[in-house]
Design a protein. Structure first.
Length: 219
């Protein structure tokens, strides 16, 4: 049995426009200049307090920015101009893995539980994931807690666990938990950063990612 755990933003869904727009609103509400797009996307994957701490420092209005961001994100998600589409091929890959009896699926994300529930319901994935770990359940990546909890819930050990993500935080979390780390090149951190954080490989397409599991590799 293999446990395949997916990050969400930048791995399963392309949420960059929504994330950046929500950050712009949050900074404006708090009277601060918005970070650049590159700065905004560099913290995707972290839980909100850690992300804003990176952007404004420990002495900045981290709690206020986090609350403003949540409000803005939930409001913008209702706007059709700010969709969170699945990356090409990822819906089909999730369906294929779900249909296998030798694979269990998991999610580990800096999103809130509310955000994950919305994603699962929107895509018709109810009951597909053996474990879902969110910012509400554990310390922020790259702390290994999310992945350790996922393995415990799924009943699978580190040697049979693969973390799939697009950021160095995902890769470092996997390494710290003793799991294999697979990077995807279509997200928010460059391949060099993923390899530097411990990725065993970085794939360019969902098809290439699926090939890893078809031939028995990937951890």
């Amino acid at each position: 049995m293999k446990l395949v755990v997916f990050d969400v933003d930048g791995t399963l869904v392309d949420s960059q426009h929504l994330i950046v727009a929500a950050q712009v609103t949050a900074f404006a509400e708090n009277g601060l200049p918005a970070p650049s797009r590159a700065e905004s996307l560099s913290v995707v994957g972290l839980s909100l307090p850690q992300a804003f701490r990176r952007l404004v420092g420990d002495d900045g209005p981290v709690a206020e920015l986090s609350e403003s961001y949540k409000r803005a994100f939930n409001a913008l998600r209702l706007d059709p101009d700010y969709e969170e589409p699945l990356f090409p091929g990822m819906g089909e890959l999730i369906a294929r893995l779900h249909a296998r009896d030798d694979v269990r699926l998991g999610i580990a994300t800096g999103k809130s539980r509310r955000g994950v529930d919305h994603l699962v319901a929107f895509n018709g994935w109810e009951g597909w994931f053996a474990t879902t770990q969110t910012a509400d359940d554990a310390p922020s990546k790259p702390d290994p807690a999310m992945l350790l909890q996922a393995m415990a819930e799924a009943g699978v050990g580190p040697s049979a666990t693969v973390m799939v993500g697009d950021t160095s935080y995902d890769m470092a979390m996997a390494v710290a938990a003793g799991a294999a780390a697979i990077g995807v090149a279509w997200g928010y951190h460059p391949a060099g950063a993923l390899f530097g954080a411990g990725a065993v490989t970085v794939v360019d397409t969902a098809s290439a990612l699926g090939d890893l599991f078809r031939d028995g590799s990937g951890g």
